[in-house]
Write a protein that binds this ligand. Sequence first.
Ligand code: TRP
Length: 336
Amino acid sequence: MAEAKERVFSGVQPTGNLHLGNYLGAIRNWVNLQHDYDCLYCVVDLHAITVFQEPEALRASTREVAAGLIAAGIDPRHSIIFNQSQVHEHAELAWIFNCVTRIGWLNRMTQFKDKAGKNREKASSGLYVYPNLMAADILAYKATRVPVGEDQKQHLELTRDIAQKFNNDYGVDFFPEVEPLILGEATRVMSLRDGKAKMSKSDPSEYSRITMTDNADAIALKIRKARTDSDPLPESAADLAGRPEAANLVGIYAALTDQTRDAVCAAFAGKGFADFKKALAEVCVEKLAPIGEEMRRLTADPAYVDSILREGAQKAQALAAPILRDVHDIVGFLRP
Ligand code: TRP
């Protein structure tokens, strides 16, 4: 009999357009994990509303992100693609975790400090307990592997602390230990306008990012306009130190062509960025344009996307419901 595969869970927020950073940093890895793990990929709309979202924009974005996952190659027959609000177990377990986490733990979360900024008093309480919901996402399925970027590692640590405290408090060995899943050389895609800032959907400049639905012309234009310096490409990636914009473009090329940054430097050593950008635009268009086209096709058929999400939610719920029933028993809630 085949051994049971480990369960992977990851989430992406439906706020704004998906961009190259989402693709290279997360989604592309999620596609590859499907072969070795049982995967659940969740569009986390409950997390999105920790900061106000226009309802119509949230609906559109939820569908767009789902379309992006499917277009990039996540296969709904193998993996579960769903949106968080359709599986009420997430919110329910999050409440229980609100009662497990200590306020001191939440006070140490750097993302809350960053997102709330100076105006902590005006941040939603949802933003504060955001990491408890993230722990619930993962543990509602007893998932053990979570692909996340650097910025989410602290939340994953908190998930481990919550699982441990729950097990301790109730004297059970119920929730598993969750491990981050780190995949090869992490691709941290930076803004095309500023090599020191992460590529982000909230950057006011459209030229800072390539979105997954940009057409070939837009991709080529944004790369042509990307900030660089006037030095040629060096022979090895180590010599990109102190050249953040140059390093970013080399990193994007390396990721899109599945090479090391050293190999890319070796191939283009001595060439200027005008030449390199032409090559980079070509590979970007080659890899992204078909995904963008498929996304547009899917977005034009919201009923289809909705049906995938609905089926995904049913499958997800079938996994989470029995785990939540056990949690109710452990905590001391009466059976319905
Ligand atoms: N907090 C994650 C982010 O902003 C998204 C997320 C929500 C997530 N729930 C999760 C990631 C569970 C991994 C596992 O990127």
